[in-house]
Design a protein around this ligand. Sequence first.
Ligand code: HSE
Length: 431
Amino acid sequence: MNQVNIGLLGVGTVGSGVVEILNNNAEIIKKRLGFDLNLKRVCSKSISDKAKKIVQNVLTDSYKDLFQDDIDIVIELVGGYDFAKNFILQAIENKKSVVTANKALLARHGFEIFSKAFENKVDVGYEAAVAGGIPIIKAIKESLSANNINSIKAIVNGTCNYILTEMFKKEVSFEDALKDAQQKGFAEADPTFDIEGMDSAHKMAILSSISFGDNVTEYDVFTEGIKEISLLDIKFANEFGYTIKLLGITRLVDDKIDVRVHPTMVKKSDILAKTDGEYNAIKIKCDMADDTVYIGKGAGSLPTASAVVADVMDIARNIKHNSPLRIPLMSFPFNYVRKREVVDINSLEMDYYLRFSVEDSAGVLSKISGILGENGISIKSVVQLNKGENWVPLIIVTHKAKEKSIQEALEKIHKLDVVKSKTLLIRIDDE
Ligand code: HSE
């Protein structure tokens, strides 16, 4: 066998990148592998003219053609849940190894898919599912495997990072920054998954699972998006020495998993705060290697396709050496994979940034600070903007407080008639 045959489902943004890499980089791929990767069959509802030119002789209308005997590895790049899941499970039953970029699917049904692959002795590669071109899955599963991973802090959504960076640098509103991101092709036409934090939650579920030997799903991740962040908050964060990022955090606390995605104030000196635009950054704290940081393009056709093709190459090597499942699919053998309890966010303690919208009149500050005090919350700084209007922003930064106390205090504060609307809360990372 001087080649390994591939079937590709879906030639959209990432799929056309895969076609381009397999075509343009065939020589370096062959040099590294010692054999060819052959794109044997391609199935796609729609396809760009550029990609069609390259694959027209191998196009098929039936996805089932990708399960024929002459295919060794199938790549799933259609995204979504039901069809993609059925396709992958059928491929596995047909003894095909699978490569996918489908983070949403893996964050919901990963365990089922990996178990099925294990039973059928085939591999599943998913490097492209987290942070596109950054080789983070391999780093965790292989390069850091001699370590206990203590925590991961990460920017894993380029759309949100681009929006927050643009708001700060160009002093524009969230809406304008989002429009700009869409025009430049960084944000989807429907950016809900990105801006509401779900895309980051999917990625953090996957990273948590392979870091701790757990079956963390999207449902375990506490998730808040960036829609409520205003330019005002970004400016204040800057004054206080922070940058606001949509941060994914995962760590083990007393053998429970603390996994969350929310806007976070990160110290300006932190490498994560300095990661701008559409870039992703992942900081892993380990017991032996200490901190390692990975930065790169987390989306886009070629960066993501580069991760897909690297997975295909790894699996092709396993096929050549008859060593499927050499690296455990979930980073740990299945008998070590557990389902730990998830930490309740209410039990956490940290500093908080609170932006109230209040009436500008006598006694308002004392009412609010009174309630905070009654709930054991100590104030670090207070700023009130005098905009000459009836309702003004009042910003309070707290010392370390319990999330539960903060939420209880906010509930009481919202009942005050001097408070106009829901308070914005941003958690502060002061590590
Ligand atoms: N939409 C994602 C992002 C890339 O903006 O980072 C795909 O997960």
